[in-house]
Structure formats: C-alpha cells, structure tokens
Design a protein around this ligand. Sequence first.
Ligand code: PAF
Length: 501
Amino acid sequence: MKTNSELRAWCSNASGPLHFVPTMGSLHEGHAQLMHAARSADSASVLVSIFVNPLQFGPGEDFDRYPRSLNADLALAESCGVGAVWVPDVDALYPNGFRNVFRLQVPDALQRHLCGSQRPGHFDGVATVVSRLLALVQPDCLFLGEKDWQQLVILRSMVQSMGLPISVQAVPTVRESDGLAMSSRNRYLSRAERQRAVALPQLLSRMAAESVDAVRTDLGFAGFEVEYVERVDPVSLQPCGLDSAISLLAAAVRCGSTRLIDHVFLMSRKPLVAIDGPAGAGKSTVTRAFAERMGLIYLDTGAMYRSVTWLVQNRGVDPAEAAAIEPLLTDLDVQLCSLPGGEQQVLVNGEDVSKAIRSPDVTGCVSVVAAHRCVRQALTRQQKAMGQQGGLVAEGRDIGTAVFPDADLKVFLTASVAERARRRALDLQQRGFPVPDHQVLEKQIAERDHLDSTRVEAPLVQAEDAMQLVTDGMSIEAVIQALVEQFRMRVAEEAWPTPTG
Ligand code: PAF
C-alpha cells in the first residue's frame, strides 16, 4: 500500500489486535525476527511500514545512499507472514512538506549521551516520524529492536508520555554467525571492512568489565575510528559505574566510512524485582505468575511472616510479646519451595504449614507479629541472603525500601478497600473458610492498612522510585502484562531472555 486511504481501509478491515513494525526497509534477519514476534499472537494482524525518514538524517549523513531494496523487502515480509506492507512517500507522512512539519523534541537527558550526542536532531526526527506513523496506523502494539537501545528507550518514553494506548514490545538484537549485529548499513562494508567489523562485538563482550577508556583504546587498535564508548544506566541513559547491577556498555565506531553501533549489557547479579503493597491487593497471585513467566524465583515474604505467626500461635506464645518471640527466631528454618503445578509449599522447621498459615487465625495476627523489630530483622536478613545473586521477585510490604532497595523494578501494587474486600471474600470461599459480611471485611482491611502503615518498624510505604499500579477493574492477566512491560523497560531481553515453553 502506498496511500493513506489504502492504509485506512486495510486497518479498518484488519481483524484482531494490530501489530505494527516500522522500518526503513533494506530488511534483514533482524527485521524478520521483529515480524515473527509481531505474528506470534495468532489472532494479530501485522503491518510493516517502509519509509526512509529524511528527518532523522543529519547533513552529510547517508540519506541519499541509504540502501533501498523494495522487491526483496516485500518478499521477506511475505515470507514472514505479515498482512500488509505500507510504503508511504514523503507527502503521505508530511503533507505540508517535511520542512514544515511539527517536530517533536526528545528530552535532553535522553539524548545527551550515546548516539544522541553524535547525531544532533536524529532522535527528534525519529520521534517525529514514529508519532506520525502511530497516529495514522493506531496500532495496539509497536515492535522495535533492542539493537537501537537508545531509540527504544526514547520511543517507549514518548508513547508513555503521550498517553498512547500502545504496548511497546522489544526484540533482541540478531547477530551474524560471527557475532556482528545485523544492520542495513552492513551492506556498505567492503570484504576487508566486514572482517574487521567483527572486532566490535568481540571487544565489547571481552572488555565488558574494563574501563571505558581501555575499551576505547582497544577499539582504536582494532582499526576503528571511535565515536563514543559509554557505560550508562539502561533506563535513564545516564553514565554509571560498574557498581550498577545492570548497565549498558555501548559504542559507535566508523569502520572505513560505515558507522556501526553495538552494545552489551553488564550484570553483576541476576534481576531483582520488588513488589510491595497492602494486604489483599492480589500480589501473591500475580507475582507468582509473573515470576514464572520471567524465569525468576518467587519469594513470598508474606508467607515467611505468616510462618513466624503460625509458630508463635503453635507454641502458645503471646503475639504481642517480642521478648517471648525472640527465642523462636534463633534457629527458625523457613523453607519456601514451588511444587510442580505452581503450588507453593511452606515448611517451618521441617513441618508443612502451607495451608495452616492461610487460616483466619494467622491472618488476624500476622500484622502484630510482623511489627516486632526482632522478627523484621531476622526475616530481612534471610531475605537479603536469598537475594544476593538476584533472580528473584520478592513480594511483601517493605521489599523495595528495606530488603532490596537496589531492585531493578519496584512496583507498589494496590487496589481500593472495597475491591480488596471482594477479593478476600472470594479467596476465603475458595479455601473453604467462612466468609464474613462485606462490611466486616472492609473494616478489617482498613484496620490492617492502618496498622501496617503506621507501625514503627518497617511501615508499609511506597518506595520513592516504585511505580504504582492500581488494579481495580484489571484482570489478573492484564496486571501480569503490566508487570512484564514494566520489567522489560528496565531489563532487556538480551540481558534476561524470557524462558520459552
Ligand atoms: O529503526 C528504524 O528503522 C527507524 O529509526 C524507525 C523506527 C523506523 C523510524 O524511522
């Protein structure tokens, strides 16, 4: 399709969610993976656009000679099973001429480093064209490559700040068999340059733990003219040191006259996710499912506090008496394990208490027990030890503040009191416990909120850098999807691939 009216007609007839892959053509295996990812939902209609956008090329850059290969592109798109390819001309996208277009300006912080510092106006041009494309296509889902990480971060931020109801899905960099990242511009390389180019990914991964200066020097020795080598935080795109748990080491070089970019993610531990929020917000269900989907271990700290509460009651100790509880903590052994089928087993000193810790007796008392300093300290210590290597999603009341203040993603999951009372009633009913009147449940929940958020020891507070998710009216699947999306904004597929199967 060439014209906007053809596009409109196609979009209005498309069935299922509309998945959109914007490209500048000269398609290669990297684009093929984007198209496959866009097709992975059977019911989706997939649209690819091909438009070499003059606005994102600076003076003296390669706009005129950017490779164009429409017939081969259409054949590849067809073999990837896309529904349609839209190839607008400049007038279709910029009806008043591209010199008179309203341009978007990307916030300075997001383009101060990496390619933004080398290509003034480039990301403004990208944001402008993508906003135009999105306005015309109105997709449900936008597919972008992690290869251009800075572009991905900027476009996600644009979608979010414009409040567009579009989910952004990222696909990992695809590499040639020798490791060179696929790029349309690789076609410019002479045979000798192509051989030299492979040193870029090799040096970046080999020198990952070295100083940026050492990497720059070695890239120079390998025959590249270095534009930049920078280590940045993958979300804020601001320079960071090796002490950051996850950082991005990125470089742009000239190989002959061809500009190549590449990056590696450096990780001092596996990802850590903290999910806090009031009781009854549905945290356990979604956290467990999210952990499984992302290949992370689910750490249910609430079950640990319930376990201590159960032990306190079982030993006939007064739950309000810290001094009487303290001796129970000395050789307390709480084990959380996942059973096949997703059920969680909780063992306290070897005894299976999985069901007992969910009883209304324990529920009624856990706030009091969990408010003792000795209990918090003992369990926080255990949780920190469990999280040292990362690879966890921990759920509780103070994970993002007291337990894992350096978590890569912090979420404050909440819901209104009425909604939580409704969920609690359903849960009690399903577990075979008597269901109190709604008003009684609401009162209990409000009281528990008050206790949890006003207690002296580790009160329930939202970490400053947590994102709040209010789940009223959201299905469980929608909440899980929202968590996955937030996680992927911070942790690339390349750094922590989604497990398959
Ligand atoms: O990455 C690209 O191919 C381009 O920058 C994009 C996103 C299609 C905008 O022109």
